[in-house]
Design a protein around this ligand. Structure first.
Ligand code: 9MG
Length: 285
């Protein structure tokens, strides 16, 4: 019986040890020439740095999904994302993921070399399910209550983890019915997406219950606003808190940790993985 793994565009990603997915946001506030254009060369260079730090996956996104963010026209998203996917596919063998909900962006990104589709809307926009199915890429289905513009206003759950699991299981079933096999699916409970501090903490405590759905588990906690509440620190000063959260997530069964600070996060997930039941003691004398 093989260990946890994910079929990404015909290649298996081994998840028997947890891996780090590096965040590459190509929005004008990250790699801008000072105007509205994204500097693709600077973004590609940053992607190569993330790969050199040990990222197994690089997640490239052109739409901000922060709380309160407005949606971006598809043409803008394409203009930001596609040259960066193409450039990284040319210069590196690292697995590329496209962070998008738009079917046209999925299609063009996979043509340009992406092999994972990371959709915070879990393929619920019209045409997304079909585009992802036809692409052959793996899919990360994320839970979100509401949409980024409004999601933090008053999120409510009957039972947080039961509700999240029900939504993710239903979206996984929809994918399977559309021809996306289980081996191409991974799940993400969506920390911070329609969740207040108490929700995020309960979700982290009960993360292994989401893992019980039996698909690889992705988490994104890096620099998120729960760290503002817990540590009082601004977004540029949350490395230690992010690493602590990544460690806990791996101890609770996460297979993929989405992070801005790849090298530090990779050290943390390796330490945590060694402490899990059956974890390796490699390097310990
Ligand atoms: C795009 N994006 C922002 N936060 C994220 C998270 O927590 N998980 C996933 N899968 N994607 C995210």
């Amino acid at each position: 019986m093989p260990g946890p793994r994910l079929l990404c565009g015909g290649n298996w990603l081994d998840l028997s040890q947890p891996v780090v997915m590096g965040v590459l946001n190509v929005t004008p506030d990250s790699f801008s020439d000072g105007g509205r254009h994204v500097d693709a060369e600077a973004a590609i260079a940053r992607g190569l740095e993330l790969a050199a730090e040990g990222a197994a996956i690089i997640d490239i996104g052109g739409e901000s999904t922060r709380p309160g963010a407005e949606s971006v026209p598809v043409q803008d998203e394409l203009r930001r994302v596609i040259p960066v996917v193409r450039g990284l596919a040319r210069e590196s063998r690292v697995l590329l993921s496209v962070d998008t909900s738009q079917p046209e962006v999925m299609r063009q990104a996979v043509d340009a070399g992406a092999r994972l589709i990371n959709d915070v809307r879990a393929l619920q926009l019209p045409g997304a399910l079909q585009a992802a199915a036809a692409s052959g890429a793996a899919v990360c289905l994320m839970h979100m209550q509401g949409d980024p513009r409004t999601m933090q206003r008053r999120p409510e759950y009957a039972d947080l983890v039961t509700d999240i699991k029900a939504m993710l299981a239903a979206r996984a079933q929809a994918c399977i019915a559309a021809g996306i096999g289980r081996e191409r699916l991974c799940l993400d409970p969506g920390f911070g997406f329609g969740k207040q501090l108490a929700h995020n903490l309960e979700l982290l405590r009960r993360l292994s219950e989401v893992g019980a759905l039996g698909l690889p588990l992705v988490v994104g906690l890096s620099r998120k606003s729960l760290l503002q509440a817990l540590t009082g620190r601004g977004v540029g000063d949350r490395l230690a808190g992010s690493v602590a959260l990544a460690t806990i997530a791996v101890l609770q069964g996460a297979h993929v940790v989405r992070a801005h600070d790849v090298a530090a996060t990779l050290d943390a997930v390796r330490v945590a993985a060694a402490l899990r039941p059956g974890g390796s003691d490699a390097g310990v004398v």
